[in-house]
Unconditional design. Structure first.
Length: 279
């Protein structure tokens, strides 16, 4: 496992609980819409699906609840995230369906399955975290039978201004003399739908299409601060002493309460890409 992947897996092991409670609900609607786009392409009857980067099981469990005959294997680089997915399956699925979901700790660019093992594959908000997206797409192609569909959704590269809550967060950090958070690297996101489609074609997929969309989530002042503290900036909050954390929370809540509901939001472009494994 390379250092980048080790760091990502370790981080998601550490923040699995925060992800499940404060981030998964933000991206869930866009993730599950992927199933609507894939549904016409999946074969009827018993189908074996692969969920690449299953996280808390959002896609896998939605697929199992939607299609009673499918079997889903979910892989994730983080053991804690895979454990969350298993726990969610125990909670949400009827015992007859629970046996149709399995998880494994594995990397997207080194899938532990034989060639042609699956009738379809899917991935949501994972490929931007993979060190080598080309290798991950090639692996997805390898484990699919010829003609099987694969679809993913991820962030689309953009240089837009910060949303108002993020601007307030950076302003408050500056006022308190704390270092601002390091910006995410946009290089891991597709530059355009055309670039996402080209990546699938290079990996051996055919009948490819890709199109843009948007994640639009409304926060409250409290849910935004909880998102920062327990997921997005958990390491920053952990480095503070309790007095500093209380002061940061207090200032953020006070400043955020002055935003209108239309301003208290997260809005970011995404891209869906779908294709069929070439034969």
């Amino acid at each position: 496992m390379n250092r980048v992947t080790e760091d990502q897996a370790a981080r998601y092991d550490r923040i699995a609980d925060g992800y499940a409670h404060h981030w998964a609900p933000v991206i869930r609607p866009a993730a599950t819409r992927l199933l609507d786009h894939l549904a016409p392409l999946f074969p009827t009857g018993s189908t074996r699906l692969l969920d690449i980067g299953t996280g808390t099981g959002t896609l896998a469990l939605a697929a199992l609840e939607r299609w009673p005959t499918v079997r889903v294997a979910g892989i994730d680089a983080s053991a804690e995230m895979a454990a969350w997915a298993d726990a969610e399956a125990d909670r949400r699925l009827h015992p007859r369906r629970r046996g149709r979901f399995t998880t494994a700790v594995a990397l997207a660019d080194r899938l532990p399955f034989p060639d042609g093992s699956f009738d379809g594959a899917m991935s949501s908000f994972v490929l931007q975290l993979v060190r080598d997206r080309r290798a991950a797409l090639a692996e997805a192609r390898r484990v699919l039978r010829p003609g099987a569909p694969f679809g993913y959704v991820t962030w689309l590269r953009h240089d837009g201004e910060l949303d108002p809550p993020d601007r307030i967060f950076e302003d408050v950090l500056d006022e308190l003399g704390f270092d601002p958070p390091e910006p995410d690297s946009p290089e891991r996101d597709p530059a355009s739908p055309a670039a996402a489609a080209a990546g699938l074609r290079r990996a051996g997929f055919r009948q490819v299409r890709a199109w843009p969309d948007v994640v639009d989530h409304r926060w409250t002042a409290r849910t935004y601060v909880e998102f920062l503290e327990h997921f997005a900036e958990e390491s920053l909050f952990d480095d503070l002493v309790e007095r500093e954390r209380r002061d940061l929370r207090r200032r953020l809540l006070g400043r955020l309460s002055g935003l209108s509901p239309a301003e208290l939001r997260f809005r970011s472009p995404i891209v869906y890409a779908i294709g069929r494994a070439g034969g």
